[in-house]
Design a protein around this ligand. Sequence first.
Ligand SMILES: [Ca+2]
Ligand SMILES: [Ca+2]
Ligand SMILES: [Ca+2]
Length: 269
Amino acid sequence: MKHTLSLILMAATVSAIANPLPVSVYDFNGSLAPIVNRFGTAQDLEFRAGRTGSVIVPATYSTETVGSVTKQVANFDDVANQEKFFRARHGMAVNGGGAYVNQYSMLFDLKVTSVGDWVSFYNTNHDNQNDGDAFIRASDSGLGISGVYAGTFERNQWNRVVITVDQGANQMNFYLNGGFVHQVALSGGTDGRWALYAYDDAFASWTDILGDNDGDNGIGQISLLGFYDTVLSANDVAALGPVGNPVPEPATLAVLGVGAIAAIRRRRK
Ligand SMILES: [Ca+2]
Ligand SMILES: [Ca+2]
Ligand SMILES: [Ca+2]
């Protein structure tokens, strides 16, 4: 009992000090390699073309000012039948009591230059052969899925979007530029439609970012993509700051010491 209490105290201390850490982060600064790879389980992104994603193509980059940062970003487009997306081997493990990643959050620093079209954030399907699983709506640039949309993703400017999913609880939360937009009720429960393949899944080990089966893609640029294996809270999202702001990296853990890191590892089980 004493042992358990000390672990709880250490875990509580860590929570109070540190924001949740991403499993992987990609910054598209001239490269598709992860800049954060917390457990060594993430891999480089692949830039793919075509609705089945059958062709890997070279990424192209532009220099943009994202918030207060000037850097390279990756371009994407929606040329018919050659729509582009990023296949992400994000490195996240099975969680939430199922066979897939049931609890996660994804961060996007994104600019969309096309107007009046749907823009998929991601497709959980292994070969991009069904509909995207969260969208910017064509008519009003609302954020959502399953006919439930809110907020306005302003096109032709950089925005930070965070999507959190608790598939077991059937909850998807949308945040835009640090603020909570709304919660959408999902379906299917544990291992349902929005659960992701884990990094070590024998069948597929990726998620297709910006992917959609039949052209519900936009034209634009992406500057940051982050994966968390937890459901970030509203406070966590606010603490990430505005678009372009770097996310906390695991290196910041060093100051907390070995005991705190051990406590975090135990909490993950
Ligand atoms: Ca579609
Ligand atoms: Ca899908
Ligand atoms: Ca389109």
